[in-house]
Design a protein around this ligand. Structure first.
Ligand code: BV8
Length: 261
């Protein structure tokens, strides 16, 4: 079923979305930085305040930037990790985790590296762009280090305990391929879902942003939650305007009542 409702009464759209979700057999939730905004983690396209406001993440999250000035790029990640370490899952993350308990099959496909979906209780999470909680040496021979493995090192960036090369976060930088297992799983699950719920993404970074189109072309109903229209709005059947931390709990309440009816 793919109802296209253009800016009708918001409550109509929410109830229609809840009905679609309540009937879903395989739900894929596709998220971006916006879902973590209400946890206090700045998004990429809304300029940060303070020290890092003057830097463009697109210029820093690249292998070239790291080769050119590893200490500087490392300090940017240290700043972001510090922000994420103080962050808690917000009602939007918790609502997505609740959907997993309410519906037969729910998987989260995220572009985020903060790990907040897992901390909120989502158990099926595909991290398309890696994780800030894992590190490897620059040429990738030694992987899976955590912060604790090099916390006492004074040098920045820290060095691989095995080979002495610089460490880097196990995230996908611009110009780097996505982890094949994660990318293939995300494509398969997007092609196999009957509903895709998109939350908090501008939908401009590929190939991640292709997932909603994969779902749409496979016949899924696509629902988009965002305070403003985004690059994926053309793909979606239902657009719920608002912050995830407010819309998603309301949506889950409505799904519950559809399930109990
Ligand atoms: C690839 C991890 C090929 C790191 C990220 C030139 C050279 C090289 C590549 C390219 C090029 N030109 C284009 C490309 C492709 C490039 C790309 O797509 N560029 C874009 C800018 C055009 N893609 C790549 O480079 C990818 N790799 O193509 O490699 C290849 C293939 C095989 C082998 C070798 C090479 C890799 C891209 C991954 C980059 N890494 N993150 C890190 O985090 O440090 S990307 C990063 O930015 C995020 O992961 C995410 O994907 C993206 C940010 O997007 P969003 O999450 O959507 O966040 P954004 O701020 O944009 O939007 C927030 C949204 O939330 C807004 O809509 C806002 O309205 C909304 N919002 C705000 N508040 C709320 C809210 N929503 C809900 N609730 C709220 N409260």
């Amino acid at each position: 079923m793919s109802e296209r409702l253009d800016d009708p009464r918001p409550d109509d759209v929410l109830q229609t979305a809840a009905r679609v979700l309540a009937r879903s057999a395989k739900l894929a939730v596709f998220t971006g930085a916006g879902v973590s905004k209400e946890s206090g983690i700045p998004t990429f396209r809304e300029p940060e305040t303070g020290l890092w406001a003057q830097y463009d993440p697109m210029q820093l999250a690249t292998p070239e930037a790291y080769r050119k000035d590893p200490a500087f790029v490392w300090s940017w990640y240290e700043h972001r990790f510090g922000v994420a370490a103080d962050a808690e899952p917000n009602p939007g993350h918790l609502a997505i985790a609740e959907l997993e308990r309410l519906l037969p099959r729910v998987v989260v496909i995220t572009q985020n590296i903060d790990g907040l979906h897992q901390r909120a209780g989502s158990s099926q999470v595909i991290e398309l762009h890696g994780s800030m909680h894992s590190f490897r040496c620059i040429d990738g021979r030694h992987r899976g280090y955590s912060w604790d493995d090099f916390a006492e090192q004074k040098e920045k960036p820290p060095r691989c305990p095995e080979c002495g090369d610089y460490l880097r976060p196990e995230v996908v930088w611009f110009g780097e391929g996505l982890p094949p297992d994660a990318f293939n799983a995300a494509q398969r699950l997007s092609a196999g879902c009957d509903v895709m719920l998109i939350v908090g993404t501008s939908g401009v970074v590929y190939p991640a942003a292709a997932m909603p189109m994969v779902a749409k072309e496979a016949g899924a109903t696509v629902i988009d939650v965002n305070p403003e229209r985004d690059a994926l709005s053309q793909t979606c059947d239902l657009f719920l305007r608002g912050p995830g931390g407010e819309v998603l709990p309301e949506l889950v309440l409505a799904v519950r009542s559809h399930l109990e009816a």
